[in-house]
Structures are given as structure tokens and as C-alpha cells.
Design a protein around this ligand. Structure first.
Ligand code: FE2
Ligand code: FE2
Length: 273
């Protein structure tokens, strides 16, 4: 693979659920080791870092990702599971709903899409309000030219295929627990034309789609899925504020999950009937 002048790399992980199983800790450790070996420029983790929001789980995450954090190469947003027992989520964005992180070649708009109702484990849906939308609007408007602009949050912006019986049941009877963000379409509209990457998690099966704005700018939206279940994560190449190619998957397993080669979700499938 030929390196492009000024090329940088960005890895996207999500839904590690540390504290759930020993295997999740091992997979997270091996993924970090692999990203360090590959010299990845920056790493984004979009929530559900912990299984129950416990302090010990958060400390486990901090220890595993310390080499990236120490070198300024780690950016986080909280997920619904992080709102659990000890509210580990409160450590991630210091109580702010929107924060911007700038790194060389990157302008990352972080959105906390969790809410107090997430303290009940089955009430997993996210929430953003009008004030959050206004803050995102302002942050995107201040993005400097020449940087890759990313919108990072935990919950999905659009309807996605249902995963599992629980989600099917909730979806069928109209519970919001498995639904996309109620104002997700508004966030998407704000991002279109001003943002290059939408990165989220929450759903554990990876998905992606792209939308092209009237100004010609492409917005690529990726759900990382559960990186520890998949034992894999995507890596993006970028330079001069643009993606250079479709992302590639970094796999730990010699037999990659079938989900990591899934086709893009057709746009028509992303809106409610
Ligand atoms: Fe999750
Ligand atoms: Fe989640």
C-alpha cells in the first residue's frame, strides 16, 4: 500500500463492555497492542467501555488504554452502560454534552448521547436535546479547513436492522429501548456537508452507510459494533481533511466475523416507514 503524503490513521473501537467476561478484557488488550504495533495515529472509543459503569471497570479501561492516553492519541465518549453503578460516564466528558477535541489533522466533535434513564440497564436508548443540537451546530461551524471532521457519539442516528429477540420485541411494541436517537435525523442533517465521519456504537453488529451532501462532501457513518466481540476494529486513512480510502479491518482472529465484510446499509432502509 502506497503512503499518501501527510497520511494519518484513525482507529474506531466501541462497546468493549469491560467487566462482562474475561474474554473482553483480553480482546481489548490485544487490540490496543496491535494498534500500538501498527503506530495508529489516533484511537476513538464510542462508549460502553464498561459493562456496568463500575469504578473498577473504568480503571481497567484506563490501564489498558494508558499508552494511547499518555501520548494524546485517545478520544472517548460515554455509552449507556457507563451510566451504571458508579457512573463511570461522568469521568469521560466531565459533565459536558458536547466537547471538541483537536489533534493534528483531526477535529472531533464529541457528543454525550447518554441520559439519567440509562441507570436502568434495560432502558438503553439515548437522548439529545435542542441545546445539544445547537452546541453541535456551533462546533461544526468552527471546524478549521484541512482537518478531517468527525462526529462521535454512542447511539445510532438512524434506524438500523434489529438485532436479537429483545430488540425485536421492544421495536414491535413501540418501546424506545432499541430505537435510534429521536433527534438523530437532525444531527445527521447538521453533519451533512460539514462533517466527514460519523462514528458510533451501541448496536453490536457493525454497519455503515454514506450520504453525499449537495456541496459534494461525503459523510461516512460507521457503527463499530462491539470490538471485543468481533475481536476487530476499523482503521481509516486520511490526509488533508479527507478520507483516502474505505477503512480496513484490523482482526485478531484468523477467522474474521462475517459482519466485518457486510455491505453498506441501503439508505432507504434507514428511515422509519
Ligand atoms: Fe453495548
Ligand atoms: Fe450501548
Amino acid at each position: 500500500m502506497t503512503a499518501y503524503p501527510g497520511e494519518q490513521t484513525l482507529a474506531h473501537l466501541s462497546d468493549l463492555h469491560l467487566g462482562r467476561r474475561r474474554a473482553d478484557h483480553l480482546a481489548a488488550r490485544r487490540l490496543v497492542e496491535q494498534l500500538l504495533v501498527e503506530g495508529i495515529g489516533h484511537v476513538v472509543v464510542t462508549g460502553d467501555l464498561t459493562a456496568h459503569g463500575r469504578r473498577a471497570e473504568w480503571e481497567d479501561f484506563c490501564a489498558l488504554f494508558a499508552p494511547l492516553e499518555r501520548t494524546g492519541r485517545l478520544t472517548l465518549v460515554p455509552g449507556n452502560h457507563d451510566r451504571g453503578t458508579d457512573d463511570a460516564a461522568s469521568q469521560m466528558m466531565k459533565g459536558e454534552r458536547v466537547r471538541v477535541r483537536q489533534r493534528p489533522g483531526l477535529y472531533l466533535v464529541r457528543v454525550d448521547s447518554t441520559a439519567p434513564h440509562n441507570r436502568a440497564p434495560f432502558r438503553s436508548h439515548g437522548e439529545v436535546c435542542a441545546a445539544t443540537l445547537a452546541a453541535v451546530d456551533q462546533a461544526l461551524g468552527e471546524a478549521p479547513p484541512g482537518s478531517l471532521v468527525g462526529l462521535l457519539l454512542h447511539h445510532h442516528l438512524t434506524r438500523l436492522p434489529v438485532e436479537g429477540l429483545g430488540e425485536w420485541f421492544a421495536d414491535t411494541i413501540g418501546w424506545p429501548h432499541a430505537s435510534e436517537l429521536k433527534l438523530g435525523h437532525r444531527l445527521l442533517a447538521l453533519a451533512l456537508g460539514r462533517c466527514d465521519l460519523g462514528l458510533h456504537g451501541h448496536r453490536h453488529v457493525p454497519r455503515h452507510f454514506e450520504a453525499i451532501a449537495p456541496n459534494g462532501r461525503t459523510l461516512d457513518v460507521h457503527n463499530a459494533g462491539s470490538s471485543t466481540e468481533l475481536q476487530a476494529c476499523r482503521v481509516f486513512r486520511h490526509a488533508g481533511g479527507r478520507l483516502l480510502a474505505p477503512p480496513r479491518w484490523v482482526h485478531l482472529s484468523p477467522r474474521p466475523s462475517r459482519w466485518t465484510s457486510a455491505a453498506p446499509v441501503p439508505l432507504a432502509a434507514l428511515s422509519r416507514p
